[in-house]
Design a protein around this ligand. Structure first.
Ligand SMILES: [Zn+2]
Length: 128
């Protein structure tokens, strides 16, 4: 990560991440597409090269959306016992929709948290 010498007022990383905004200035956009990142912020020029959420957003989305959808499916099965096609009709679109919606939020929040906590790959500190 390059040295960050610019001075900006503090930005709430969760708020900026949910809105898909720049973690430094809170104004510029983080994404150029649905989940693809811009090269840098168009407002403050922050290079987004540091951003690497990895599998983090997918793991959170799988756990949270899976808990919600499976919980609802079990609740419906125990209370109403509908035929199998009703489960498919309800829970597959809900799982896909919630996952797509949550994926962008989770990626934005993890990247803004990465920036605010200066999280980076571990490096060995070797004496010269
Ligand atoms: Zn910015």
């Amino acid at each position: 990560m390059s040295e960050d010498r610019a001075h900006y007022p503090p930005v709430d990383p969760v708020k900026a991440g949910i809105g898909g905004r720049c973690p430094r200035c809170g104004e510029g956009h983080l994404f150029s597409g649905f989940l693809s990142m811009r090269q840098n912020c168009r407002v403050c020029g922050l290079d987004y090269g540091f951003a690497d959420a990895g599998d983090g957003p997918a793991a959170f989305v799988i756990l949270i959306v899976g808990f919600i959808v499976v919980g609802l499916a079990l609740w419906m099965e125990v209370n109403y016992g509908p035929p199998l096609w009703v489960h498919f009709l309800l829970w597959i679109p809900l799982a896909i929709g919630l996952s797509l919606w949550a994926m962008r939020l989770a990626k934005g929040v993890l990247i803004t948290l990465q920036y605010s906590n200066k999280a980076a790959e571990g490096r060995l500190d070797r004496p010269e």
